[in-house]
Write a protein that binds this ligand. Sequence first.
Ligand SMILES: Cc1cc2nc3c(=O)[nH]c(=O)nc-3n(C[C@H](O)[C@H](O)[C@H](O)COP(=O)(O)O)c2cc1C
Length: 190
Amino acid sequence: MAVVKLAKAEFNYVMPVSLVGATVTGKPNFLAVAWFSRVNYSPSHIAVALSKDHYTTRGIVEHGTFSINLPGADLVARADYVGIHSGKSMDKSAVFDVFYGELETAPMIASCAICAECRVVQTVDLPSDKLFIGVEVAAYADERLIADGEPDATRAAPFFLATPPTAYFALAGAFADAWRVGNGYKGGEK
Ligand SMILES: Cc1cc2nc3c(=O)[nH]c(=O)nc-3n(C[C@H](O)[C@H](O)[C@H](O)COP(=O)(O)O)c2cc1C
């Protein structure tokens, strides 16, 4: 296999798309995110990297709270919309049906498959972004996704961003058993 060095030191991959919510100047505001991850096993934390310039960032800094919401493919146009328009120049508070949990300043989206409200426990100041690490205070799911007491995110038709080719992709389906398929590897292959 031939390896080429890329023009930019950027590791690009296929990322699930979520929506981060915060209260900014008294109103709910959402933006699309691809740079986020669950971090820490217990209690569960969410880390999300947001440009210092984003309107949502102001609200998270002000209140120390945010939400993370997993949209299904039915919400792709609205997710993209809040990812290409800033609350600095328009009111995005009516794009989604909002609900609140225990935190009063972490708006969540009722039509999303899975949502969590988070309290910021650490903020890392990066050159262009702020990395917010929040502990999950509570999580919520669409009851139609519950299988054996747990939400099955694949039922929500999550979608993924790839850049390039700069498009949204659907989940293709399971093809191997996680935490089990590796047992079939007997060594010898590179
Ligand atoms: C699919 C998608 C993923 C995005 N991921 C991120 C991200 O991870 N971090 C970020 O800072 N901005 C990201 N953006 C850009 C923001 O969502 C966008 O600039 C948004 O308009 C900012 O809104 P706000 O100013 O109201 O906060 C993404 C945009 C799209 C469309």
